[in-house]
Design a protein around this ligand. Structure first.
Ligand SMILES: Cc1cc2nc3c(=O)[nH]c(=O)nc-3n(C[C@H](O)[C@H](O)[C@H](O)COP(=O)(O)OP(=O)(O)OC[C@H]3O[C@@H](n4cnc5c(N)ncnc54)[C@H](O)[C@@H]3O)c2cc1C
Length: 383
């Protein structure tokens, strides 16, 4: 019997497992993937997310991978160019990063294992075991292995957008909005760039992020209505749309593509009630927003910390578990909701200007403040 079983070992699952294991809990961390491995996602981490990595003591491991720190962000709206101001001098970190998921997720998995979590990679959870409405464990198997059942006081679904845990417990979903955008991306060498770029010509967008080994992650997106037409000729349309964004097309055409194009329009927007008897949800499993503002990883880090703190409060009997989990949902929503609204407004817009990013910047600042407060509160707790 474990204290916690965490299904999914990427941005949400590994930090949750790491934080619980650091508190001395017996944690089983399961993923059908093996690590290192990629997943469909570009990978911009905003400063509050990087601050979490620092707080957890894993930022140095990321820096050691020579992932370029990002201190300059440029947004363009046709001829209008806007550089958001850098974080205040006293912010815990000044840089954003855009590490490949092969690199980032491996660092997170290793940190969870180092903290004492038991990792089973290549293990597929096929069934959520329930006793009445209470989740008591999971059933699944490693590739080619026998089916096993494992039990825990809590099963945590960190298993992403198509969460099996969420499908089993059927949580209430709220503030749901439809998919607004699609995007395709790839990696390029010999692509000149200076920091991160987000371009918003009318009806489409382009993102340019510096990542490892001097390569650039370049994504082209648009309103979801254009998805099926776009995918009829992905390369042709990617280049055509890039050409419509001043300087991006030019640079793409002078660069060398390193990988295949990857893309999706599976971008629903929802909040889910993230807890119930014997279960919890974290990361995309519990809350999903359009990819246009690159928030998913930063959100997953924040919610991993909030959830692990809530479970620890409950298990250590500092307060009833249900009360702690209610606070987890409230804290998540308090910070996520303004970012969610701003993201949905940006994603749904035909035409954007810098003014649409003002609410996003304010909400991001609130998230930064919350994360600093959480870290400060932790320092004040006697060991
Ligand atoms: C095209 C695209 C671009 C994006 N760009 C950005 C960006 O720039 N910045 C950003 O912050 N976010 C971005 N996101 C969002 C980001 O990828 C997600 O929010 C983030 O990965 C969520 O992390 P997670 O740990 O909740 O889920 P995931 O990263 O999806 O991990 C879930 C894990 O659960 C495992 N799993 C699932 N089911 C089972 C099962 N039954 N048994 C065992 N294991 C299971 C999977 O193998 C997987 O490893 C983007 C997303 C997309 C699609």
């Amino acid at each position: 019997m474990y204290d916690a079983i965490v299904v999914g070992a990427r941005c949400a699952g590994s930090p949750t497992a790491m934080l619980l294991a650091r508190q001395g809990y017996r944690v089983l961390l399961l993923d059908k993937s093996t690590f290192p491995s990629d997943i469909m996602s570009t990978h911009y981490i905003h400063q509050p997310g990087v601050a979490m990595l620092k707080r957890w003591g894993v930022l140095d491991a990321l820096r050691a991978t020579n992932c370029p720190p990002i201190t300059k962000v440029t947004l363009t709206f046709g001829d209008v160019v806007f550089n958001p101001p850098p974080p205040p001098d006293d912010a815990p970190v000044q840089e954003a990063f855009c590490p490949r998921r092969t690199v980032l997720d491996k660092i997170l998995v290793d940190a969870a294992v180092e903290a004492g979590a038991e990792l089973r990679e290549g293990f597929s959870v096929r069934e959520i075991v329930m006793d009445g409405d209470r989740v008591t464990g999971v059933r699944g198997a490693a590739k080619g292995g026998a089916t096993v059942t494992e039990e825990a006081r809590i099963v945590i679904g960190a298993d992403g957008l198509h969460s099996k845990v969420a499908a089993a417990v059927k949580p209430a979903e709220y503030d749901t909005k439809p998919t607004f955008t699609f995007a395709y991306y790839s990696y390029w060498s010999d692509f000149p760039l200076d920091g991160a770029e987000l371009h918003f010509p009318e009806g489409r967008y382009a993102i340019v992020f510096p990542t490892h080994d001097g390569s650039a992650c370049v994504g082209i997106g648009g309103l979801t209505e254009g998805f099926h037409e776009f995918r009829k000729d992905i390369e042709g349309n990617y280049l055509k749309e890039a050409d419509a964004v001043p300087t991006v097309g030019e640079r793409v055409r002078g660069a060398k593509r390193l990988e295949r194009f990857v893309g999706t329009n599976d971008q629903p927007n929802y909040f889910r009630k993230p807890y119930g008897p014997g279960w919890a949800l974290v990361g995309d499993a519990g809350y999903h927003r359009d990819l246009v503002t690159g928030l998913g990883i930063t959100d997953a880090f924040r919610d991993a910390q909030l959830l692990a703190d809530a479970i620890d409060d409950g298990f250590a009997e500092r307060r009833p578990l249900d009360e702690a989990m209610t606070a987890y949902e409230q804290r998540r929503n308090e910070v996520a909701k303004p970012l969610y609204d701003a993201t949905c407004d940006i994603a749904a817009a035909e035409k954007l200007g810098p003014e649409q990013f003002a609410p996003f910047a304010v909400a991001m600042q609130a998230m930064q403040t919350m994360m600093v407060e959480m870290a400060d509160a932790e320092k004040e707790v006697p060991a």
